[in-house]
Design a protein around this ligand. Sequence first.
Ligand code: ZN
Length: 323
Amino acid sequence: MKLNTASLLIHPEELSREWIDRCAELGIPTLALHPVGGVRAPMTMKLMLDRLETPEYRLLLDEAAEKGLAIEYEMHAARYFLPAREFEKHPEWFRMDENGARVRDMNCCASNEEALDFIAGRAAEAASRLYRSTHRYFFWLDDAHDAFCHCPHCAEYSSSDQQMIVMNRILRELRKTDPEATLAYLAYYSTLTPPRRIKPDEGIFLEYAPIDRDHHTPLSQAGNEKNISQSLYIRELLQTFGAKNAKVLDYWLDNSLFSDWKKPPKPFVADEKVIHADFDYYSDLGFRDISCFACYLGADYAALHGNPDIKAFGDAYRRLKKR
Ligand SMILES: [Zn+2]
């Protein structure tokens, strides 16, 4: 199967003319902005939305568009959509932990209709602020191994089902103002197994992010335990979501991961063999869209270590691109 498209995800504060030129020169079609995740996610998402209002930043994105790049936005958004401050008034909107206590740390109660309405409304509002965005949206739930609701109503739903409930609801709201909207189901940590009880609505697509893979062994190489479990997840996910619009979100160029998410960024060397082998593997499975984090490779990286070498990603994409 040939690829239709590819993208790189960088932190909004790392966007620069250098990054725009780098993507344009390598023929990478989409540049995606990804605010820092983890517990800071609601703050970094707000900072990005505010930044998108400024003329200087819009000029930069205009320049990217003029050079032919599509712009997308991918972020952990649940706690931004349902801020902790709502807890005082509506504790029942929040998730119940394993001990039966409502907690305001992450995500929500996926069985609470009011909470879902509130979240979907906030998502539509945020979508309207994503300057020059394509119609594909990426509003991920919070950045954790497993932070879902254990209330009596949610207990029958897996983490993946709970995520599917929230995403279906958000997409329905997005389509009121953007009829072409589509929305990612992020398969990541506890949502790597597909939802079983809740079906994805039309317009939901799979985004597969194998953070726990072995990053220096091709996924297709036999005998690697971490990668064998990934291949099982992929097969099940593709059965549920279909391959047509499915997108890989891998980590080959994620220097934030390789720097343990701590600045200053470490020197980065792309594992070219793995990148090429994995592109073949994913495209053979039917994926037509391959993306990758490329964080911690901004101006501070270049000042310390010189220009980052991300050529292998562009080369692998152009080699498999549909002509
Ligand atoms: Zn619940």
